[in-house]
Design a protein around this ligand. Structure first.
Ligand SMILES: C[S@@+](CC[C@H](N)C(=O)[O-])C[C@H]1O[C@@H](n2cnc3c(N)ncnc32)[C@H](O)[C@@H]1O
Length: 310
């Protein structure tokens, strides 16, 4: 009897270890684990969604009117599993290097990257961000408001601390196999430009415009509706199948300035092979790949920086 119980326990432990190893080393398993298992359980138990949990956490912990505090707390609120480890540094470096006046982000989600980019833009610059999910867009809008970038506000109820702690514990087995995460937002690592940007009085920041709808429908309307001529920087971070068609659409609509930088995230995991093939082989682009690794995992990912040559 004891031998049978021990065998069953050994098999179960073996299965758990196998799953943990696959989740750590395989991109598809990692996305499945986080999006279809952990997040669904959290949604079910808390009766909320991940965006609302992020919003509640940020509203509770981040300093009002302080974009850096909002992105730091956003970052701590949950594992950015689709993020390459050096993604934040690469994004910041590209924004600082490009010094863009007109920026387009495809895929806002809750506005983490929007805020990262916005805090580095000079006064007078415009950042257009497109999100097709109205629920995500509403959360992003409230986070922008909390960071001092918007004026509208709506309150969500706070989640129960006990439930949150219990749910965090569900991730413990996975985290035991991972390296200690390093938050790239420590104040000492911030570029000088950002620190001065944080001190700007209200009204002197860049303008963030959140558009709710599909990029495919909105891109052709940008020139007329928003009086945009051409973009200096495009951050591509929506569904991977749309990277290539939307890039071609931006070209057709004449929205890419010569020298415009396209920064595409997650080009390896989940991956955008058709987009990579296009920008790497087109005579209209000079393309460079920045390898990274999904945070908490041993899964390769990367960011592709492609300069449009006209
Ligand atoms: C990876 S998330 C974006 C993450 C965000 N850029 C950030 O850094 O936090 C992708 C988002 O793109 C949105 N999305 C996907 N396809 C889209 C499309 N064609 N038009 C607009 N939004 C889209 C999804 O709803 C989702 O919120």
């Amino acid at each position: 009897m004891l031998a049978t119980v021990l065998s069953v326990v050994a098999v179960l432990v073996g299965i758990v270890l196998l799953i943990a190893w696959r989740v750590r080393t395989n991109g598809e398993w990692a996305l499945w684990w986080h999006d279809n298992y952990l997040e669904r359980i959290r949604d079910f138990l808390s009766g909320t969604t991940r965006p609302i949990r992020i919003l509640q956490y940020v509203q509770h912990n981040a300093k009002h009117g302080d974009p850096l505090s909002v992105i730091t707390q956003y970052y701590s609120s949950y594992i950015l599993v689709h993020r390459g480890q050096y993604y934040s540094e690469i994004l910041d470096a590209v924004v600082l290097e490009t010094r863009p006046r007109y920026v387009l982000e495809l895929g806002t989600y809750c506005g983490y990257s929007t805020l990262r980019i916005a805090r580095l833009l000079p006064p007078g610059a415009r950042l257009i961000t497109i999100e097709m999910n109205p629920h995500y867009a509403q959360v992003a809008k409230e986070l922008f408001q909390h960071a001092g970038l918007d004026t509208q506000q709506r309150k969500w109820r706070l989640q129960e601390a006990l439930l949150y702690t219990t749910l965090q514990c569900l991730q413990l087995p996975l985290q035991l196999f991972s390296r200690t995460p390093q938050c790239p937002l420590s104040p000492s690592s911030l570029p000088a430009q950002e620190k001065s940007a944080e001190k700007r009085p209200t009204g002197q920041t860049c303008k963030v415009e959140l558009l709710v709808g599909s990029s495919t429908i909105l891109i052709p309307q940008l020139k007329k509706k928003l009086d945009i001529e051409k973009f200096d920087l495009v951050f591509i971070d929506h569904w991977k199948v749309s990277y290539l068609p939307d890039t071609k659409l931006l070209e057709e609509c004449g929205l890419l300035k010569a020298g415009c930088v396209l920064l595409a995230d997650n080009v390896i995991c989940p991956g955008t092979p058709d987009y990579l093939k296009y920008v790497r082989n087109s005579p209209h682009y000079k393309s460079q790949y920045f390898p990274s690794q999904l945070e908490y995992l041993q899964v390769e990912d990367g960011v592709e920086k492609s300069t449009f040559l006209g």
